[in-house]
Design a protein around this ligand. Structure first.
Ligand SMILES: [Zn+2]
Length: 280
């Protein structure tokens, strides 16, 4: 039976990458993939729960290099977010961080793949009516294109308004091709949002690509062309998915897709006319 991923780690070279679950997400398939029929879903019924909802993981990554401790995204935090397209439930991240032997003050860098509630609101805590950032010592990094997409669109700030407010004087920009630490490189992967970023971790021969929300589900590996309503630019998102599948199909390359169920760490091979999920 399909489940949200539990905590697990991989260790490319001298880097340890740990998936830290925050909770889970349930996608309304008809609302997220409006052009995909029930017959198409039959092939992927193992990805659905008993109510026909697409089950997804929800969490963040801990990257421990010899010099730095990096958190990639922060989860949703102890709250619920519900819309017609999906529901998500967070709040487990800090206990998983503690199980990894760390507390919030140990995080040196928070890298944000994109400013959606389920990736950034876990950085915000509220105590006695006061809002504060949970990771007090961290540098907060994001692509400038992602930060600036809120400049002139106040109506779209609502779901991440607290994070935008708290980060206003803390945020730093890390752009395409830049190493946030040696061996961890920013990739511009637009489509889901205009300034969406991924991270390429290179350790000797091994590569890991932290994919943000390029793929929400295993079905998008075999069907990168499936249009979905969560991508702000669906056509660009398809181009990005195909480019990333080419990269993921290279030798010694692992993907990390934070909403993919069962395990967020995936391996992809070329097959027939497209790509196939080899293992997760
Ligand atoms: Zn997401």
């Amino acid at each position: 039976m399909v489940k949200a991923a539990i905590s697990s780690s991989i260790t490319p070279g001298n880097v340890r990458i740990t998936y830290l679950p925050d909770g889970y997400i349930l996608f309304n398939t008809a609302a997220v993939f409006p052009t995909i029929t029930a017959t198409d879903w039959q092939v992927y019924r193992n990805e659905l729960d008993d109510n026909g909802q697409l089950v997804g993981s929800l969490g963040a990554y801990l990257l421990q290099t010899p010099e730095q401790t990096i958190l990639v995204d922060t989860g949703l935090g102890p709250r619920t977010y519900e819309s017609s397209r999906f529901k998500c439930y967070g709040g487990q991240l800090l206990s998983h961080l503690e199980q990894a032997g760390l507390n919030p003050a140990d995080i040196d860098i928070v890298f944000i793949t994109h400013m959606h509630a389920d990736h950034v609101n876990g950085a915000v805590r509220e105590a006695n009516g006061e809002l504060a950032l949970i990771f007090p010592n961290a540098r907060y990094l994001i692509r400038s294109a992602e930060w600036h997409r809120f400049d002139n669109q106040p109506e779209r700030r609502a779901s991440v308004a607290d994070a935008l407010h708290l980060l206003e004087h803390r945020i730093e920009f890390a752009e395409e091709g830049e190493d946030i630490v040696p061996g961890v490189t920013v990739l511009a992967t637009p489509g889901h949002t205009a300034g969406h970023a991924s991270l390429l971790v290179t350790a000797g021969e091994e590569r890991v690509i932290i994919l943000g929300d390029i793929f929400y589900s295993a079905v998008q590996i075999e069907h990168p062309e499936w249009t979905n309503s969560l991508d702000s630019d669906p056509e660009q998102a398809k181009i990005t998915r195909r480019q990333m599948l080419q990269e993921l199909a290279q030798p010694s390359t692992t993907g990390a897709a934070s909403h993919v169920a069962n395990s967020v760490f995936i391996q992809v091979v070329t097959a027939h006319s497209g790509f196939q999920l080899l293992k997760r």
